[in-house]
Write a protein that binds this ligand. Structure first.
Ligand SMILES: CC(=O)N[C@@H](C)C(=O)N[C@@H](C)C(=O)O
Length: 731
């Protein structure tokens, strides 16, 4: 049969290089309203983008500003102001509320040592640069999305951030005290500060727990405040010792600080992709150091945001343990009445109007309407990501984008009702758009204005397919659930050509693939493959029942859904059933390895990134042992001890159980530093396949964690995957 797939490595790498140029939006801030001398009103919009730089093997961050003239209801004129500028060394940055100042946390390597500085900029002057490393009030500043923040007080006199708690310098019992033992830089700083650094003996090899995948060496965060005038940093007192604080902001009138506190006793569990960790909202008073718990303490909360009128805090809440990502509750705490209300509850099944619930672990940095009555949330609704508008008094939810072209809408910010969003789809890289929020009660559509267009890829065709599982595969506890898949295929297919098909189940398993710009899928599609991305039952975005239907059924329900979707698509006749491959990462790798074990003749090539191979052996080494038990159908508690019956069940549900049947050549891509699904999982599969003489190739990426997303690992991984597919599908 004739093939139209690109097979030459030079051509493939050229195509990858071309499509990897498209940047993604990571942040936008709207500046204050300025009235021009002619009476026109405008605001500057600051945006940050991220782009792969294959030459430098790194992701580069750059910014670009735009000017938007408006009349508070609609955009009158807009355009870029100046070109892009690369941002280097900035860990965090934030303009003050008035827009007059900017704070930056910067890391700089001075004489071979990394130092952190907190800078204050005003007009064209860096007015302060405080050497946080030399101050030794705390360890490294947290720059991550989980705990990190950099927040101006309402008065613009103080800054709040999170850093690692200060640890005494550990020394050997046999350390001889000599001037050479401390570095010159330390000595100079010690002299400047007028004090010697305190040390402790016998603590050198003490184990410090951390918060797991992507949060390695983040163990005991503390809240820190800079008094800008006095250049004085203090670590806030009053936060309970058994709590790790983060996501902090200033309380109304700057009387104290509100934060999320995660309990870390009896031990820490991984937080990444895991918003189901016991946590609460807290308030710590600045004067007395008194700490008050604002939410129940029996749930998991995240992403609190204060309303513009400083009266209410909106936040997300879900159950502790259970599926790692679930349908969230949107809750509101009234600062003055101290009452909490549930604005939007968990949705079990999608409603008539299409609303399927809130699936998010972070609201955008600003998400309130100017009247402090409404909230904007961008989250998956089935296989698309929509912008939802929530009325906080009634809890009514309307979609601002469901009637717009399919794709993915992500809210970057909203300020004085001017929304800044990123939109993309499988054949269109991210574009930047702005639009005004319609007035309360109005059914007007948003008039989106494009600030930065992107290049549509006319050669890529995509659609969302819906599947109803056959009656024998219906879930008796959660009957009548269906699921979706995204299908990408080359637009122009020559007469008589049947396309090879790559099947991709996502990870999680409680996550989803939305109709977004997906680099590797778009390159594979441009090479000539069709790609089927399956949102099997258990994915988020389809109601809580769908999520709950999977735990206890992994390795069967998810696997059968994917196989059903593939076989249904093949029946259409457009694809070559002798050229079907499967590729997935993490739980997606678990599903992929199950598929080649359970359907040994079906798949001609398999790729698995950091796959879950054996739940029973993973539980002792992952940062999320609870996940292994929950997905195997058990409840988890921190005092669970090994139980042979549970281990047997976990083994029976794992892909390793079916390895003897495997015939498909397998490419494994593993991250040496993966804390989530440790690479020993992949090695277990590799050894079994070797013993069974099944073709297997293992790629080992040092310095990479679970996502294998460093630019060199990602690009090398892509090339190897593409060539593995072309080789084993005999293209
Ligand atoms: C909750 C979680 O991290 N689960 C992993 C086993 C997983 O499947 N991760 C997904 C998100 C991935 O694609 O890496």
């Amino acid at each position: 049969m004739e093939s139209q797939v690109m097979t030459n490595p030079e051509d493939i790498s050229k195509l990858y290089r071309e499509l990897s140029l498209f940047p993604s939006l990571t942040r936008a801030d709207v500046g204050p309203v300025i009235t021009s001398q002619y009476g026109g009103k405008y605001s500057n919009i600051y945006t940050e983008w991220s782009q792969r730089d294959l030459e430098r093997s790194e992701n580069v961050k750059f910014c670009r500003q735009y000017i938007v003239f408006h009349d508070d209801k609609s955009v009158v004129y807009s355009g870029p102001s100046g070109n892009c500028t690369e941002i280097k060394g900035e860990l965090l940055s934030k303009d003050s509320p008035s827009g007059d100042m900017k704070a930056v946390v910067r890391e700089s390597n001075i004489k071979g040592e990394d130092k952190q500085f907190l800078e204050i900029w005003s007009k064209n002057i860096k007015v302060k640069s405080i050497n946080l490393t030399a101050l030794k009030k705390h360890g490294k500043v947290y720059e991550d999305d989980q705990f990190g923040c950099l927040v101006w007080s309402h008065s613009e006199t103080h800054l709040l951030y999170v850093a690692e708690r200060k640890r005494l310098k550990a020394q050997s019992f046999f350390q001889s005290v000599s001037p050479e033992s401390c570095s010159l830089a330390d000595e100079e700083e010690g002299v400047k500060m007028g004090k010697e650094e305190e040390t402790t003996k016998g603590e050198q090899f003490v184990f410090y727990e951390d918060w797991g995948e992507t949060l390695v060496s983040k163990s005991s965060p503390v809240l820190c405040v800079l008094d800008i005038e006095g250049s004085n940093v203090s670590v806030l007192e009053g936060v309970p010792d058994n709590i790790s604080p983060g996501q902090a902001f200033w309380a109304p009138s700057d009387t104290g600080v509100v934060f999320v506190g995660w309990w870390h006793e009896p031990f820490r569990l991984g937080l990444k992709y895991s918003p189901n960790r016991r946590s609460s909202l807290f308030y710590v008073d600045l004067t007395g150091g008194q700490c008050e718990q604002l939410s129940s303490g029996s749930s998991a909360v995240c992403s609190p945001k204060l309303s513009p009128d400083q009266c209410r805090i909106i936040y997300l809440e879900c159950a502790v343990y259970g599926p790692h990502q679930q349908c969230s509750r949107l809750c509101m705490y009234d600062w003055y009445t101290k009452r909490t209300s549930v604005v939007v509850d968990v949705v079990k099944r999608p409603r008539e109007d299409g609303f399927a619930g809130i699936y998010s672990s972070s609201l955008s940095p600003l998400c309130w309407s100017a009247d402090s009555q409404r909230i904007l949330v961008s989250c998956p609704q089935g296989s698309r990501k929509d912008l939802l508008l929530v009325e906080t008094t009634t809890g009514s939810v309307t979609s601002l984008t469901s009637k717009s072209p399919g794709g993915s809408w992500s809210l970057l910010t909203i300020e004085r009702d001017l929304m800044v969003v990123s939109w993309s789809s499988p054949n269109c890289p991210p574009s930047l758009r702005v639009g005004f929020l319609p007035l309360c009660g109005s059914s007007e559509e948003v008039d989106w204005v494009m600030l930065e267009e992107s290049q549509t890829q006319p050669d890529i065709d995509w659609q969302i397919l819906n599947f109803t599982p056959p009656p024998e595969q219906d879930n008796s506890q959660y009957p009548g659930l269906d699921f979706d898949a995204l299908l990408l295929k080359p637009k122009d297919v020559k007469e008589g050509v049947k396309l090879p098909l790559i099947v991709t189940p996502h990870g999680g398993p409680h996550s989803v693939i939305v109709a977004d710009w997906l680099l590797s899928s778009s390159v594979l599609c441009r090479m000539g493959f069709a790609i089927l991305l399956v949102n099997y039952r258990g994915s988020i975005g389809y109601g809580q029942d769908s999520i709950l239907s999977l735990p206890g059924n992994v390795g069967t329900q998810d696997v059968k859904d994917v196989q059903f979707a593939v076989e249904s698509v093949l029946r259409g006749g457009a694809f070559d059933e002798q050229k079907v491959a499967v590729a997935g990462g993490s739980h997606g790798g678990f599903v992929a390895c199950h598929l080649i074990g359970q359907y040994p003749e079906f798949y001609k090539a398999c790729v698995a990134r950091n796959p879950v191979i054996n739940l029973a052996s993973m539980i002792g080494s992952t940062d999320i042992p609870d996940w292994c038990m929950v997905e195997a159908g058990y409840n988890y508690s921190t005092d669970c001890l090994p139980d042979p019956a549970v281990w047997e069940q976990m083994l029976n549900m794992s892909p390793i159980k079916h390895v003897r049947q495997v015939k498909t050549p397998v490419l494994l891509t593993l991250g040496e530093d993966d804390k989530r699904v440790p690479p020993k999982q992949g090695i277990e599969y590799y050894r079994a396949l070797k013993a069974l003489q099944v073709p297997v190739r293992l790629l080992w990426y040092p310095g990479n964690n679970h996502s294998l997303s460093k630019v060199d690992a990602e690009s090398d991984g892509f090339m190897n995957i593409a060539l593995w597919m072309t080789q084993h599908l005999s293209l």
